[in-house]
Design a protein around this ligand. Structure first.
Ligand code: FES
Ligand code: FE
Length: 418
């Protein structure tokens, strides 16, 4: 069992059971910040959010605010929002355009690449080395297809190594744009849940709950999604390594063999989009893309690509988590994009059904897991029928807990690392 000094991760995380304290113990949350959030690659933002030179947007890595900037040469930086003088926050606005940031306390000014530009009454700093007094920079910044990630550790696996198979998911996502790119331009909704961040991560590829938690939206919207997550479904759950997991719904969509059925519509309703896709990829490949649709993949620890939206998971404390949500927008697909925004409002907007139902479960689970008995959560569903796919990744049936077990194995390896 956990000791205050050093939790025994192999005791807390077992192959089919995890201990309830992993969701409730503030000391474990602090350890996670050091071993996961401030070490591994964390998704921060998308390049399309700062399209022009000198644009910036406020983002985060875990609880810590980070300013994502584009300097005048076009290069992207991730800066800690902390003045090197006395620690004030130098930027208080959500987004904008600025060549420099001026600290409100004593007026130090920093270029948007973090360099200290100057300070008032400089004679007081005779002989001081300015180059040592810039804003803190996130140690490593890298992007893949416009998705910008940061790692606060100077050393470690590269972003591409970390993403591994999830790179293919991002590729598949981008292929749904006739120009091969996504854009996050619709603005973010923020939802706070009084729950531990790991409940959210696990839930994103939990194919067991939708039939129950989301029954009402499936019924009202007359959606065909519910049947994808039943025990008859040929969809699979997959653990892709490095903490990444997915619900692969393509087997069901391929059975239906109808372009855009993944989006609950038909090709004649989006003629402009279909025409542009045909022109970009050729009719045969375009048809395949439109049948398969977009992925449902959880990129550990915080980027959930949810077919029509992006969710970014931000832990604030052991029992508070913010979900930042925005509609996916595909470059060169205006008619599809309009419907993506509408569906996003209906499912995860302020009066949306889908996210509210999940959030209710997160909060109830957080309350429930504080009860002392039984101490353990059981993640054994589908263990006996787990198998590997043609690429060597573990898969289970649509409703199995293969993703959760994989996420926890990865979690344990990160927490045990020195
Ligand atoms: Fe920023 Fe003093 S704290 S200038
Ligand atoms: Fe859900």
């Amino acid at each position: 069992m956990a000791t205050a000094a050093r939790p025994q991760w192999d005791q807390l995380v077992q192959s089919e059971h995890v201990h309830g304290s992993l969701y409730t113990d503030p000391a474990i949350f602090q350890a996670e910040l050091e071993k996961i959030w401030y070490r591994t690659w964390v998704y921060v933002g998308h390049e399309s959010e700062i399209p022009k030179a000198n644009d910036y947007v406020m983002k985060s890595i875990g609880p810590e605010p980070v300013i994502m900037t584009r300097d005048r040469a076009g290069e992207i930086h991730l800066l800690h929002n902390r003045c090197p003088h006395r620690g004030n926050r130098v930027c208080m606005t959500e987004k904008g355009s600025a060549r420099s940031f001026t600290c409100p306390y004593h007026g130090w000014t920093f270029a948007n690449d973090g360099e200290l530009r100057g300070y008032p009454f400089p004679s007081g700093y005779e002989g001081v080395d300015r180059s040592q007094l810039g804003l803190g920079r996130v140690a490593r910044v890298a992007s893949y297809k416009g998705f910008v990630f940061g790692s606060m550790a100077a050393e470690g696996p590269t972003l591409e190594e970390h993403l591994g198979a999830a790179k293919d998911s991002i590729d598949l996502l981008c292929m749904n744009s006739p120009e091969g790119e996504i854009e996050l331009t619709a603005g973010f909704l923020k939802h706070k849940a009084r729950a531990n961040w790991k409940f959210l991560v696990e839930n994103e590829t939990d194919g067991y709950h939708p039939s129950f938690v989301h029954a009402s939206i499936f019924e009202v919207a007359q959606s065909g999604i519910g049947s994808l997550y039943s025990s008859e479904s040929t969809a699979v759950s997959r653990y892709m390594g490095n903490g990444h997991s997915e619900n692969d719904l393509r087997p069901e969509f391929r059975k239906r063999d109808v372009p855009l059925s993944w989006f609950g519509t038909t090709a004649d309703r989006l003629p402009d989009y279909v025409r542009r896709m045909d022109a970009a990829y050729g009719p045969e490949k375009a048809r395949k893309i439109l049948i398969d649709g977009t992925p449902h993949v959880m990129i550990f620890p915080n980027l959930f690509i949810a077919e029509i939206q992006i969710f970014v998971i931000q832990p604030l404390s052991v029992n508070e988590t913010v979900q930042h949500v925005t509609a996916l927008q595909f470059k060169g697909a205006p008619d599809l994009n309009r419907r993506l925004r509408q569906q996003t409002m209906g499912s995860v907007g302020p009066a949306g059904f889908l996210l509210a139902d999940d959030a209710e479960m997160y909060e109830r689970t957080q309350l429930g897991v504080q009860a002392r008995n039984p101490e353990w959560l059981f993640l054994g569903r589908g263990k006996h029928r787990e198998r590997t796919d043609e690429n060597g990744y573990l898969i289970g049936d649509a409703t199995d807990e293969t993703p959760s077990r994989g996420i926890w194995r990865h979690y344990r390896s990160l927490m045990e690392a020195e």
